[in-house]
Design a binder for this molecule. Structure first.
Ligand SMILES: [Zn+2]
Length: 138
């Protein structure tokens, strides 16, 4: 379940920063790797900070597990990912910012959908030797 961030109420309560931890199922399957699927749910550990102009910074990590066949050797495998994410929300935005919110409440679903898509690896690899050639560091 994705919580909503009630900026107006948090401001009234002077809770200008805080933590959000929750699990959620993506609305659409974000995995495009063949023979690989997401093990639901996705875990989000986020911190928020409300700035003086009521814009809100959110940063933290999302964690998820992918399960399926190694993209190179087709071995069955499962791997846990933890990726840093961040977003910037502006009240009644003008379209230039990352995300706009209205009526004092932030709906995190669009941000999370983007964050999950950006965090998805290009392939799933079972070991160091099973790395995609273009991602080799040496
Ligand atoms: Zn492999």
């Amino acid at each position: 379940m994705v919580p909503r961030l009630d900026v107006r109420r948090l401001n009234a309560e002077k809770k200008y920063s805080g933590e959000l931890s929750f699990s959620f199922d993506p609305e659409e399957d974000p995995v495009e790797i063949p023979y690989v699927s997401l093990v639901s749910p996705i875990r989000a550990e986020l911190g928020y900070e409300i700035l003086e102009d009521d814009s809100v910074e959110i940063r933290g990590t999302i964690g998820f597990t992918l399960k399926g066949l190694c993209s190179r050797c087709l071995k069955e495998m499962e791997k846990r990912f933890s990726e840093e994410v961040e977003g910037y929300f502006v009240p009644d935005g003008d379209g230039r910012e990352d995300y706009a919110y209205t009526n004092g409440v932030i709906d995190l679903r669009e941000f999370l959908r983007d964050a999950v898509l950006f965090s998805m690896p290009a392939g799933l690899y079972c070991s160091e030797t099973c790395t995609a050639p273009e991602y080799k560091e040496d």
